[in-house]
Design a protein around this ligand. Sequence first.
Ligand code: 13P
Ligand code: NA
Ligand code: ZN
Length: 324
Amino acid sequence: AQVPMINILEAALRHGYAVGAFNVHTPHEAAAVIRIHEQLRAPAIIQLIQPSAGFMGGREDFMNATPGEMRCGISRFCRLVRPMMEQASIPVALNLDHGNDPETAKICVDNGFSAVMIDGSHLSFEENAALTKQISDYAHRKGVTVEAELGVLAGREDHTGQSREIYTDPSRVCEFFETSGADCLALSYGTLHGPAKGGSLKIRKEIAIAAFENMRFNGKIRPLVSHGSSLVRPDIISEINARGGNLQNASGVPLAQLLEVIPYGIAKINIGTDIRLSILRSLREYFDLTPKARTSGITASVWERMCLEPGCIDERRLLAPIRQ
Ligand code: 13P
Ligand code: NA
Ligand code: ZN
């Protein structure tokens, strides 16, 4: 059944584990996430980024979706995914990931999301807290969980362009929770989005530890979120490249480093790139094994049916030649 995301995260905190939060781009992928978690008997968190909502609203250049197309995509997605969540034999939460405007976050709340992230990480502490507070007040009235972000991840954020890394100031974590009303908080602590995280990525574990201490000192431990946490498995990269791909400099977060921060309040681990890479691998396999697909033209519906990732520009460009 569907539950508020905070329920899943509080159970994780209480028992000392973290839950993967998986970015999907179509309802088919949401079904897959639920199915696999039912097999594992584990709670599931499904996430949607705004460009995917635009894509489902019928916009092929999904980065330029109008508010109307966005609204249409969100309601289409929810119409199909909410029954799946209700019928699931495990707790499931649906989160808007990196919401970047209050309107979209509110549309998601109104359509029955279990959580929304409002990403004000590019703003000052005060502006970020105020923006988050506005969403918290709206979402909490409907029992919806709010995720915020403090500090800026390096590299490409999901839709805010290139950014310079600013680590989270762990001494202000509790203060941010109090002033923003957020239920969980994304840290900037060395991870980054996308398939090229640099060969020597190092999670700044001391930032998670200090954030945890800051919360403990103030008497309330709340869930922290690890963004940019895909593993970018070398075997999947090899298979993509063996079928004509050209992914250079692919590297992810070492699993051992993620396991080390879970004891310090990291209760949710965001995975998007790994999903997209797996889909890309399957697409390349499909095109290899189905020569007709190459010549008959890949229509938008095949594109969608094959769950093509609509958020990662590099992979789309990579696939462009086999679209003809
Ligand atoms: P990855 O790009 O490492 O999968 O990060 C996903 C993420 O943080 C989604 O919010
Ligand atoms: Na951000
Ligand atoms: Zn993220």
